[in-house]
Write a protein that binds this ligand. Sequence first.
Ligand SMILES: Cc1cc2nc3c(=O)[nH]c(=O)nc-3n(C[C@H](O)[C@H](O)[C@H](O)COP(=O)(O)O)c2cc1C
Length: 190
Amino acid sequence: MDLFTAIKERRACRKFLPVPVSEELIGRILEAATWAPSPLNSQPWEFIVITDQQYKERIFSEGERCRQWALEKSGWKWLGDYKVDFLTFAPAIIAVIGDPKRTGVDMFQEEGTVAYQHACAAAIQNMNLAAHALGLCSLWFTLFDKKAMREILGVAPEKTPLALVCLGKADGEPRPVPRKDVKEKTTYLR
Ligand SMILES: Cc1cc2nc3c(=O)[nH]c(=O)nc-3n(C[C@H](O)[C@H](O)[C@H](O)COP(=O)(O)O)c2cc1C
């Protein structure tokens, strides 16, 4: 698949068919993740591949708890209708864990240590694009408390669970999501 087509046609997917994702495909997606750029080539990511139903249920409970908390906090109506049950149905979930120690010179800057998160985000998007190119769909999911997710997955306190990537075959066509015109988002300093 042409790269520009993959970038444009990839969609966030929240409905999955009950078809397992092979370890071979998971391996190819993880390999794509590791070709992301990172500060000083620090490769600040680790991955936990979750296919066990009991783990998925615990992740779902945390997503649901966080959804309700966010609804109360924000009052945003869409959160009342938003369901996170795809966390129990997704055939595979890959947790992306970042290591704040593996960052760049940002560790000395006033804005703080963020570059390791940027690198992990690049890895996640590589995973999304690789999944799409392999005929799968994916969801970048972040509605959870980091401390709670550390406990569920057994992650050390000094590392940060940054995202869960849900993976599987799409059940139906994911909803198209429009973009604003790039001109609205761009300034040229000529
Ligand atoms: C950093 C980040 C966090 C996200 N967190 C969530 C999430 O917690 N739950 C969810 O359903 N989608 C989440 N998404 C997916 C976005 O909702 C989705 O990418 C956006 O609506 C645009 O849709 P598209 O990916 O189909 O183009 C997240 C995306 C990003 C980049």
